[in-house]
Design a protein around this ligand. Structure first.
Ligand code: B12
Ligand code: SF4
Length: 392
């Protein structure tokens, strides 16, 4: 089965007879793989998305029966590199010979290390993968060389070659809506909740975070917002077609900070009211504490905003400075108080220890936690601390 399209030279038809396999972490659904699958499907490729935590025997059996042109692995959490490595080796050892590529924050920023750790890979796709993966699959399906396409890294003998980085997607609305067929999503009080994106990128430069590095090493505008009407249209389709009533915006920093993005947020709220969704759906965002404006957030609450996640990170001024949060303890406290007054739930990221930690700063942080969640408003959660490759 072949199909000609305008994407590449019309002289060589795109061969869509072999499918593409994508494998990634699927808890709460993987939007990255959803966007990649939708981009490939839009031009006719068959794409199957797999949960990397399902039994490896089933993944192997699928790889054998599908005979894919390429298997793409999505490594969005650095600390899963060994587990991905084990799966990749298992597939190779059991005779899966197609092109193996990988994408995500760690492979993008530390491509040399990734290729050293996972020598069974043929390539790494760096940064936003939609266009690069499509070009890679097109080249492979036509039996052409792929080594000169932008945005990849690979081994040539004992050398690691990185081609020129591909610019970030300039217009997010040019992308298709992400596929959600492998979507495990999440259930809250018996209702299905699914992830969404209204923007990509973050203007801040917190020292522990791989996001701003990821979006800055690649050329192009760091923060890009979708049109509010397009976001609401996607929500409406998901609500009416699939009965979704809870939307979890996974934007790094939902557009609510400063004059321009406050205008964006108000347009989004107005579009929601025009669509009739408020009262039928609720939504959650991630943002910085210094963006929590009482007037705007009251308007957003009335349009369905029920939960805000903020990276508060420390209850000590010195800790916030070390982490380069560019925010004060007072601003963090004010944001929490505002959300409580508005009746909007909140969650937060926190690090009890950082390189500047002293006994005093731990005590300051514990006092801070008592102030914000001593009333039981939200759980105080602590995670393992891992320094991420590519960050200061
Ligand atoms: C949603 C989310 C989650 C969801 C999971 C969603 C999922 N299944 O995908 C949940 C809530 C479960 C989660 C949990 C955690 N998360 Co989280 N999460 C995110 C968040 C906010 C958005 C992810 C997303 O949807 N991005 C949008 C899509 C479009 O982008 P993308 O995934 O990067 O994919 C693009 C490219 O990377 C590339 N690409 C990716 N994969 C592939 C594969 C191929 C083949 C190709 C070609 C390209 C490619 O192309 C894609 C399209 O452009 C990110 C932040 C971020 N900006 O990514 C953090 C992030 C991924 N999380 C992070 C962390 C640390 C965690 C936790 C460890 C937190 C904790 N302390 O518990 C846990 C781990 C979970 C676990 N059980 O082990 C870190 C990872 C850092 C790192 N370098 O390892 C991030 C980057 C946040 C940060 N501040 O640094 N998370
Ligand atoms: S504000 Fe959040 S997303 Fe932005 S750099 Fe800081 S931690 Fe990362």
């Amino acid at each position: 089965m072949t199909e000609t399209t305008s994407q590449d030279t019309l002289a060589a038809p795109r061969d869509i007879s072999r499918p593409v396999m994508l494998i990634g972490f699927q808890e709460q659904a993987n939007l990255g793989l959803g966007y990649l699958a939708a981009t490939l499907r839009r031009v006719g490729y068959r794409v199957q998305v797999f949960d990397f935590e399902q039994e490896r025997e089933r993944i192997l059996a699928a790889a054998k029966s599908l005979d894919p042109i390429l298997i793409g692995f999505s490594l969005i959490f650095q600390f899963y590199v060994d587990r991905f490595g084990a799966l990749i080796r298992y597939l190779r050892d059991n005779g899966v010979g197609c092109h193996f590529t990988i994408g995500g924050h760690f492979p993008s920023l530390s491509y040399q290390h990734t290729l050293e750790l996972l020598p069974e890979l043929d390539s790494v796709v760096r940064f936003e993968g939609e266009t690069t993966l499509l070009e890679m699959v097109d080249r492979l399906s036509r039996g052409r060389d792929w080594r000169d396409i932008a945005g990849i890294a690979y081994c040539s003998g004992d050398q690691v070659i990185a081609t020129e980085p591909r610019p970030l997607v300039p217009d997010l609305d040019s992308l298709p809506y992400p596929e959600r067929d492998a979507c495990r999503g999440t259930t809250i009080l018996g209702r299905r909740a699914i992830p969404m994106l209204a923007s990509r990128g973050c203007i801040r430069t917190c020292s522990f975070c791989s996001i701003h590095v990821f979006y800055r090493v690649a050329p192009g505008k760091v923060v890009r917002t979708r049109k509010p009407a397009k976001v609401v249209e996607e929500m409406r389709v998901l609500h009416e077609r699939d009965g979704i009533t809870i939307f979890l915006f996974q934007d790094d920093d939902f557009p609510v900070y400063g004059v321009v993005w406050q205008r964006w947020a108000r347009e989004f709220v107005a579009e929601l009211h025009r669509s009739g969704l408020p009262g039928r759906v609720i939504w959650k965002i991630n943002c910085r504490a210094d963006a929590v404006d009482p007037v705007l957030f009251a308007e957003m609450r009335d349009a369905g905003l029920f939960m805000v996640y903020m990276g508060l990170e420390s209850g000590s001024e010195e800790g916030l400075t070390t982490l380069h949060k560019q925010i004060t303890v007072e601003q963090n406290l004010r944001a929490v108080a505002t959300l409580k007054e508005l009746g909007i739930m909140f969650e937060f990221g926190f690090m009890l220890f950082d390189p500047s930690t002293t006994f005093e700063s731990v005590n300051d942080s514990l006092d801070f936690l008592r102030t914000i969640v001593g009333d039981g408003a939200a759980p105080a959660t602590f995670c393992r601390m891992i320094p991420y490759d590519g960050t200061p």
